[in-house]
Design a binder for this molecule. Structure first.
Ligand code: NAD
Length: 465
């Protein structure tokens, strides 16, 4: 085969089951020409799509939601095989796509503008769609993150081209098929599997893509932001996190300790909202650690297709090496307090690992590990807790455990993060806004706010003279 022939070979990617290391499917990676063709189809579909009557657009999104619901188990099983998500989580994730579509199906008929009092006429505003929106999805939550972008974008009258992560394209590809089955016109929602450096970059440089909705690492987000500047392209960025779980001495300590494991072990810690820093008030530190150890050791790390599994493998061998580099491979002395168990053999397993931090400068305390590793540090008082929680470039989420309502409110207001929970670890509800402060991102997804980032406001003055 000549070098030319090699270059002409269609690029493919083997999708691997992270729990077994077996190839699940081979997916063709779009090149630039295919990407441009898909964007051209999306652009052409834009005019007719924005002309669809609001109630009909809503009805189509509701039908899409119903079709997702009727394929919920299939989508969940696909995600278990592709991403190693536990079956319980994967069912929730497919259900989340259904719910987000259903939530935004009400939006087309409620996308109201304003009437503003002015002299000499009538002044009204419209929320206009942007055109074609490019959605770039990471591998950690392939289904929900796709849904959070595509549902409000389509509801607002945009067409969507969506690029899943190379490692986890299968559920997104299936969602693209289900959209057609539900009756969405061709070109309105297109999934383009391919590399970030090809398809993702093209979304940034192609003039017909008027907005990028990106979720992923801070470094790629920064690159997209720089590239988007060339065309003053709209962006929403959902980036990394290093969220704090702050536990005060007046908290229900057993409840805080029981909830803490899954706040950093859910999805094997590959969660931008993972509470990967635990701050515990010094006078209850030892008691908390005792309770916390029992709770961590009780987490079932097992084959994700088993109903009882609470934590599966990491996504890839490379990700496991990255996680290891924060513990075993670190140049710094890392003080491991205790570890849970993980299966051996095939699969990219890594055990739950709890590390004692000795200050706020250690790498494992400062950087996003994106694995089942948490660092714990004592604090003295409320001011110290807030200062330590905020001593980070990130600001995505966080939790506060206290029985004092005033303190809960003061600390919630004091922590610089977009999504906080008190006496719980919930971060994401489809009806409430989600997004980061500081280097965790720009813009808000979900809830009523998301529609603003998929529309531009147009002001029209009509003279009455
Ligand atoms: P990544 O940034 O490497 O990739 C994310 C997506 O961007 C993938 O689809 C990838 O193909 C694409 N991409 C890569 N290079 C690109 C480029 N030059 N131009 C355009 N697109 C490109 O991140 P990842 O490794 O897939 O995901 C893990 C990271 O994402 C973690 O840091 C995590 O915190 C973050 N994350 C954040 C959120 C959030 O909501 N804030 C959610 C999930 C993941």
């Amino acid at each position: 085969m000549s070098e030319h022939d090699v270059n002409m070979t269609v690029s493919e990617h083997d999708v691997v089951n992270p729990a077994t290391e077996q190839v699940v499917q081979t997916v063709v990676q779009a090149d630039l020409d295919r990407t441009d063709e898909a964007i051209a189809r999306a652009e052409a579909a834009g005019g007719p799509w924005r002309e669809v009557a609001p109630a009909d657009r809503g009805r189509l999104l509701r039908r899409f939601s119903e079709v997702v619901d009727s394929h919920l188990e299939e989508l969940a099983q696909l995600e278990v095989a592709n991403a190693g998500h536990t079956i319980g989580n994967a069912r929730w994730e497919a259900g989340n796509v259904r719910d987000v579509l259903n939530y935004y199906s009400a939006a087309p008929e409620r996308l109201v503008g304003r009437q503003i009092p002015v002299a000499g006429g009538l002044d009204v505003t419209f929320k206009e769609p942007l055109g074609t929106v490019g959605i770039i999805v990471p591998w950690n939550f392939p289904m929900p993150i796709a849904g959070w972008g595509l549902a409000p974008a389509l509801a607002a009258g945009n067409t969507v081209v969506l690029k899943p992560a190379e490692l986890t394209p299968l559920t997104a590809i299936r969602l693209g098929e289900l959209a057609l089955e539900a009756g969405l016109p061709e070109g309105v929602f297109t999934v383009i599997a391919g590399k970030g450096s090809v398809v993702g970059e093209r979304f940034v440089t192609h003039p017909a893509v008027r907005k990028i909705c990106f979720t992923g690492s801070t470094s790629v987000g920064q690159r997209i932001m720089r590239g988007a500047a060339d065309q003053v392209k709209r962006i929403t960025l959902e980036l990394g996190g290093k969220s704090a779980n702050v536990i005060f001495d007046d908290a229900d300590l057993p409840a805080a300790a029981a909830a803490a494991p899954m706040s950093f072990l859910d999805n094997a810690g590959q969660d931008c909202c993972a509470r990967s820093r635990i701050l515990v008030q010094r006078n209850v530190f030892d008691r908390f650690m005792e309770l916390f150890e029992q709770a961590v050791l009780g987490v079932v790390v097992a084959d994700p297709s088993r109903e009882s599994s609470q934590m599966g493998p990491l996504i890839s061998s490379a990700q496991r090496e990255t996680v290891r580099s924060y513990v075993e491979g670190s140049a710094e002395q890392v003080d491991v307090a205790f570890r849970g168990k993980a299966p051996g053999g095939d699969g990219f397993w890594y055990p739950p690992t709890v590390v004692l931090a000795h200050g706020t400068t250690e790498r494992v305390w400062r950087e996003e590990v994106f694995g089942p590793v948490v660092a714990v540090l004592p604090f003295e008082d409320e001011a110290d807790a807030i200062a330590k929680a905020n001593d980070t470039q990130y600001g995505l989420s966080g939790s506060i455990w206290t029985r004092d309502v005033g303190r809960a409110i003061r600390v919630s207001r004091g922590i610089q993060a977009g999504s906080l929970s008190v006496n719980s670890h919930s971060s994401v509800r489809y009806s409430t806004p989600f997004g980061g402060f500081k280097q965790s991102g720009i813009g808000r997804e979900l809830g009523p706010d998301a529609l603003d980032s998929f529309t531009d406001v147009k002001n029209v003055f009509i003279s009455t003279s």
